[in-house]
Design a binder for this molecule. Structure first.
Ligand code: F0G
Length: 365
């Protein structure tokens, strides 16, 4: 029986690894590309969701972390460090555990979702809550790795981007060609950089590190649409933001590390990077759970929020194939599901422990 072997083993000929590389993997990647009937119907497109919450630690970060942790082991590192809004730290903690490495994670104090915090703790990472935001954390992590013997596993490490590009490969492999549009949330901008790299490499002959040239797999590259939270939208402002604010803590970032990569993806594809409000993000979050059956964390819904916004304004494409990455699992940050559209707590209906009262409440009797 075939079992998915993780992104390094599945795409070895397109990654900087060789036969002797000791691969650190939890079986990441191979995530479902789910047809979204309601979004397709509403917008008149074929809309697919790349459900990255199905990765081992519940976010797309695992694709990059398998590469980064493999590189750390190869480099003889004893300890790894990262800054994180939560998902990177959860992933780093899990992969470091398998690799047998110490792991230190720097997170913004009080602004990371409980699910993610508990993952880092469960995997035994040294968890440091920094009195600052993500951008401060990344600054410290970079300097720690510069001055001390710790290996940086943030997406400024090119190994991370290498691993994350495999999501684009999977989408092309599933659809038979690249989609017309690819839409995704943008925070630190590693992921949009990685997708563009993956789509680009799949669209032209590729000089494999294993020797030989692989033929192009796709006939084209998609137009890239990235969406940031309105209170944390440096690409829309055109410069870094000092005090980023959004309920979507995953993408509460003011000074993205992969600035140039995101601009290249946007401009070379003829795409855009725009902002969506927290209300639009939460609306998309509810849309995904109540109409498509896909439960994501709020930040993950920014791409869907962007499509809904552009559709409402009459600026969305029609008749196109659209892939949207939903980046992390809803169980990471479940509190948002317990609020209605008006912001009030949703209360479960209490019933007696008998069939008749249950049937009555259900309108069956
Ligand atoms: N969606 C989720 C759920 C994320 O956790 C992140 C980033 C993004 C989108 C944005 O991706 O940074 O590549 O543009 N989370 C990082 C972290 C910053 O620390 O977990 P990006």
């Amino acid at each position: 029986a075939h079992q998915w072997r993780g992104v390094i083993n599945e795409y070895a000929e397109r990654l900087p690894v060789d036969q002797d590389t000791k691969v650190i993997t939890l079986g990441e990647g191979g995530t479902p590309l789910v047809f979204a009937p309601a979004l397709s119907e509403l917008t008149g497109n074929k809309v697919y969701l790349k459900v990255e919450g199905m990765n081992p630690t519940g976010s797309f970060k695992d694709r990059g972390m398998t590469m980064a942790m493999t590189a750390a082991v190869q480099a003889g590192a004893q300890a790894v460090v990262c800054a994180s809004t939560g998902n990177t730290s959860a992933s780093a903690a899990a992969y470091a555990t398998q690799a047998g490495l110490k792991c230190a994670v720097l997170v913004p104090d009080g602004r990371i979702a409980m699910g993610k915090l508990s993952q880092a703790i469960a995997h035994g990472a040294e968890l440091l809550q920094v009195d600052g935001n993500f951008d401060d954390c990344l600054d410290i992590a970079r300097k720690l790795s510069e001055y001390y013997p710790v290996f940086l596993v943030n997406s400024v490490n090119p190994a991370r981007i290498q691993g994350q590009k495999t999501a684009a490969f999977e989408i092309v492999d599933a659809l038979g060609d690249a989609p017309d549009f690819h839409i995704l949330p943008v925070g630190n901008a590693g992921n949009i950089t990685a997708y563009w790299k993956g789509y680009t490499e799949y669209s032209q002959p590729y000089d494999s590190p294993t020797g030989g040239v692989l033929p192009a797999v796709s006939t084209k590259r998609p137009i890239m649409w990235g969406f940031q939270a309105a209170g944390a939208a440096p690409f829309v402002a055109g410069h870094p933001i000092t005090n980023p604010e959004t309920i979507a803590t995953a993408i509460r970032i003011g000074n993205p590390a992969s600035w140039d990569g995101a601009i290249a993806a946007r401009d070379e594809s003829g795409g855009l990077i725009d902002a969506v409000t927290d209300e639009e993000i939460l609306e998309a979050h509810r849309w995904l759970s109540s109409k498509e059956g896909v439960f994501v964390e709020p930040g993950s819904a920014a791409g869907v929020a962007g499509l809904l916004k552009y559709h409402r304004a009459g600026n969305a494409p029609t008749g196109a194939t659209i892939a949207i990455t939903v980046t992390g699992h809803g169980l990471k940050d479940p509190q948002w599901a317990l609020k209605g559209a008006d912001g009030t707590e949703v209360q479960p209906t209490k019933v007696g422990a008998d069939v008749l009262s249950t049937a009555k409440v259900l309108g069956l009797a």
